[in-house]
Design a protein. Structure first.
Length: 61
C-alpha cells in the first residue's frame, strides 16, 4: 500500500475523532451546542473549532 494513502486514512480518522470529542464533551455544555460545534470543526479544523467552542458561553445546569 502506498504510504500517502495510509497517512491520509490515519489523518482522516484522527480528524473525525477529534471533531466528535470536541462536539460531544465540550460543545454540548455550551450555548453553541453539539451540531454547531461539529459544523465548525469539520468546516475549519478541530484546532480552530475548539477555540470557537471554548469562546461560547457555558449553559446553566
Amino acid at each position: 500500500m502506498n504510504a500517502g494513502i495510509v497517512i491520509s486514512i490515519v489523518f482522516g480518522v484522527v480528524y473525525f475523532i477529534l471533531t466528535h470529542f470536541i462536539a460531544e464533551y465540550i460543545g454540548k455544555n455550551r450555548t453553541i451546542g453539539y451540531g454547531r460545534s461539529v459544523f465548525w470543526c469539520i468546516l475549519l479544523t478541530p484546532v480552530i473549532g475548539i477555540f470557537i467552542v471554548l469562546m461560547s458561553r457555558k449553559t446553566k445546569e
